[in-house]
Design a protein around this ligand. Structure first.
Ligand SMILES: [Zn+2]
Length: 231
């Protein structure tokens, strides 16, 4: 059994079980997203990591400056700023497997992001502008989903995902089985609005490295070099 940090264990054994599984209409789901209503047109996937982040403690001054772990692009931006973003490198993953080594992949507790479309290599590792005025400068791929890794063993795993259920009628937060295909860098498991697509692993938030106020960040986990957009 792999050794997990106190923060990771707290996410898996205390924070997630308080709200997963849950369904729109019950109190537990209201903790993840209290605004969603049938037909309102968005999915609630970002609500689950936001809930976890709030329980780990978000620094109010980071949040005020827009570096809180909220939203999809906002979450990746914040992780990039604090050296907690790990951009998935499919070629490095394949090379590790060919050498018989364990590839660098998200671990239990990490927030994983899936993306689609062009712009992965030029956009997904850069802080994206959040203002409408500057959005044209961002050429990254589209972030499709965010969820939380619960268990990872080779190409099989389990995740905790909100935004499940038929998205226009109801929303659920569930533990899902997932499969990671190292040859393509794609993951399947969580259910998107159009069924069960294989979607590309964009990268993940290394949850040990993020400066939550629980005082349990692992020192030396970051930062990495990132490109900053001037806003
Ligand atoms: Zn991406």
């Amino acid at each position: 059994m792999e050794q997990l940090s106190a923060r990771r264990r707290r996410i898996l054994t205390q924070i997630l079980p308080a709200v997963v599984p849950s369904t729109y209409g019950d109190n537990r789901f209201g903790e993840i997203d209290s605004n969603w209503t049938p037909g309102c047109g968005y999915t609630t996937c970002g609500g689950l990591p936001a809930y976890v982040s709030n329980h780990l403690g978000q620094n109010p001054s980071h949040k005020k400056r827009g570096y809180g772990l909220g939203g999809l692009i906002g979450m990746r931006n914040a992780a990039l700023r604090f050296g907690a973003w790990v951009h998935h490198d499919p070629l490095a993953t394949q090379a590790s497997i060919a050498r018989g080594e364990a590839p660098k992949l998200p671990r239990p507790g990490d927030y994983y992001l899936l993306c689609s479309g062009r712009g992965r290599s030029t956009g997904c590792n850069h802080i994206a502008p959040t203002s409408q005025k500057m959005a044209w400068r961002y050429k990254g791929a589209t972030i499709e989903h965010v969820g939380i890794i619960v268990e990872a063993k080779g190409d099989l795993g389990r995740t905790a995902d909100a935004g499940q259920g038929y998205s226009k009628v109801t929303q659920q937060a569930l533990y899902m089985f997932c499969r990671f295909n190292a040859a393509t860098g794609r993951m399947t498991g969580e259910v998107g609005a159009k069924g069960r697509p294989m979607r590309r692993l964009c990268g993940w938030v290394n949850i040990d490295a993020f400066p939550f106020t629980d005082g349990q960040a692992v020192v030396g986990a970051g930062p990495q070099h990132v490109k900053w957009w001037k806003e």
